[in-house]
Design a protein around this ligand. Structure first.
Ligand code: CA
Length: 507
């Protein structure tokens, strides 16, 4: 069976869905015969394209033909040119009447309620650090806690040290320094840490550990350890001191109990990594449908990755809840344009060899497929990098597209559940929150049977609808948030490092 997917009747290219690709000579219709072999996920010209003619997918221009392309030929990054990005000043915004969202009631999960009102999905002892100098010791401590203390506190799932490259050798007063600083500060407040803030610092660093405490919290209550404290006679003393503090926090964390919470307490971060041409057809629309369900249930959803929304920003600004959010979205894009320019790069630097291998020829094509995971809800707020979320509903949380940097910033914003869509495959995982890995194609989920949690591939062949699979994903999210279903990376213990976004200078 030959399956070619067209996403809009305006499209002049179709996507090959067959896992083995389609051979030269394959007859698509009376009019179209393939003039060459075309791999899975790649584009076939459905009409003759003249030089300079727009290549249309999702009903939008994703590039221009670099030369004449005959129908039945392979359309890829070698024969198309990238269009200019949408001009930010030209995107207008009209305030629409408030959209009435059909409420979804009665869905719950079992979570850990915190005193600040947030809800955790995992019970984790978090060790925040103020400088990289202490990383060797915090790693040592985590292993020791796992071995000696966690068995005594069975309600605690994990201990995590946030080791990062920041803290000293930095221009701490540079305007951009606020991004890494507030990221570290807000990660310590992630709902899964249950408000038990524990900081390990060196003592002489520029980033003062006290600065990482939330407003109104005192250092004694939260416990800050300085390795240079004169009371410590060597390494053994430091370890004993930190272990004592850790035990105090573990005692409190161990008392946390899961209780029934409405689905409105979910804060779901959506992210893509290792995308392919199916991501925009299966994984992202299914995740977008589930995102709408979370919003309808009163919950919070993040979508991110500036370089993957930049080329679709003209479709997103009109979805802003008000003029302020619309302007904030455009300002954030402008800030990122300038940031890329400063490094003499442009947005086309985003697409990877893997994206292209999977059929994504340009960043425009990638972006149009990427924003689908935001669903259709109004965008209620723009959260700048490292800031904490302020409003329930669909938020744009500005981050680079880099998987671990995006995940880190979404954790700082307050994410308690992560949905990660991939087409090419990545073992990506975080130990602070469960990561549900969604595969865009069945070929990947069969090959990576023990690394993928949810296969959105059946949508490509019409075996299931986006709606059906969106509901399935929504129910999986509730189960994972309740701790009754374990995600693949938690079963296997596969975790990435958290990586800060630091656009500021080092000294
Ligand atoms: Ca990413």
């Amino acid at each position: 069976m030959t399956t070619l997917i067209q996403t809009s009747p305006l499209d002049n290219v179709g996507i090959v869905a067959n896992p083995q690709g389609l051979e030269k000579g394959t007859i698509i219709s009376d009019q179209i015969t393939l003039s060459e072999y075309i791999p899975m996920g790649h584009k076939v010209a459905l009409t003759d394209l003249t030089e300079g003619e727009a290549v249309i997918r999702y009903g939008h221009t994703i590039g221009y033909a670099d030369k004449r392309i005959q129908k039945g030929a392979w359309v890829n990054e070698r024969n198309i040119r990238l269009p200019e990005p949408p001009t930010l000043d030209a995107i207008s915004y009209t305030q629409k009447p408030i959209q009435v969202i059909e409420k979804l009631e009665g869905y719950t999960f079992k979570g850990y309620r915190n005193s600040d009102g947030s809800v955790g999905t995992k019970n984790v002892l978090g060790i925040t650090t103020s400088v990289q100098c202490v990383a060797g010791i915090t790693d040592f401590i985590c292993q020791k806690i796992r071995r000696e203390l966690l068995p005594l506190y069975p309600n605690v799932d994990e201990v995590v040290a946030f080791n990062h490259s920041y803290g000293c050798g930095i221009a701490i007063d540079a305007p951009a320094a606020i991004i890494p600083i507030r990221t570290i500060q807000h990660i310590a407040q992630n709902p899964n840490f249950g408000g038990e803030i524990m900081i390990v610092g060196l003592g002489c660093e520029k980033l003062r550990p006290e600065r990482l405490l939330p407003n109104g919290r005192d250092a004694a209550e939260s416990s800050i350890t300085y390795l240079q404290d004169e009371a410590f006679e060597g390494f053994g003393d430091m370890v004993a001191g930190i272990m004592q503090t850790a035990e105090r926090h573990l005692q409190k964390l161990n008392q946390r109990q899961r209780t029934t919470c409405p689905a409105s307490e979910l804060v779901v971060g959506m992210q893509c990594g290792g995308s392919d041409a199916f991501s925009g057809l299966t994984g992202n629309p299914v995740s977008g449908f589930a995102a709408d369900l979370i919003v309808r249930a009163g919950g919070t959803v993040f979508f991110s990755e500036v370089t993957e929304v930049r080329d679709a920003i003209h479709l997103l600004v009109p979805r802003a809840a008000d003029e302020t959010v619309a302007q904030a979205l455009k300002d954030e894009m402008a800030w990122y344009d300038a940031y890329l320019q400063q490094g003499r790069a442009d947005r086309s630097a985003n697409t990877t060899p893997g994206n292209k291998g999977g059929g994504l020829s340009t960043i425009v094509e990638k972006a149009l497929g990427s924003v689908v995971k935001s669903g259709t809800s109004p965008i209620v707020d723009m959260v700048a990098p490292g800031e904490k979320v302020r409003k329930r509903g669909l938020n744009f949380v500005a981050t680079p597209a880099s998987d671990f940097v995006c995940g880190t910033l979404q954790l700082a914003a307050g994410m308690n559940l992560h949905v990660f869509i991939t087409g090419r495959g990545t073992p990506y995982g975080l130990n602070m929150v469960p990561v549900i890995k969604v595969s865009s194609n069945t070929k990947l989920s069969q090959r990576w049977h023990d690394l993928i949690d949810f296969d959105a591939g059946p949508v490509a062949f019409g075996h299931k609808t986006i709606e059906e699979m969106g509901w399935e994903l929504f129910h999986l999210m509730l189960d994972v948030a309740s701790g009754t279903r374990q995600v693949a990376t938690d079963k296997l213990g596969l975790y990435n490092d958290l990586v800060l976004f630091n656009p500021g200078p080092l000294t």
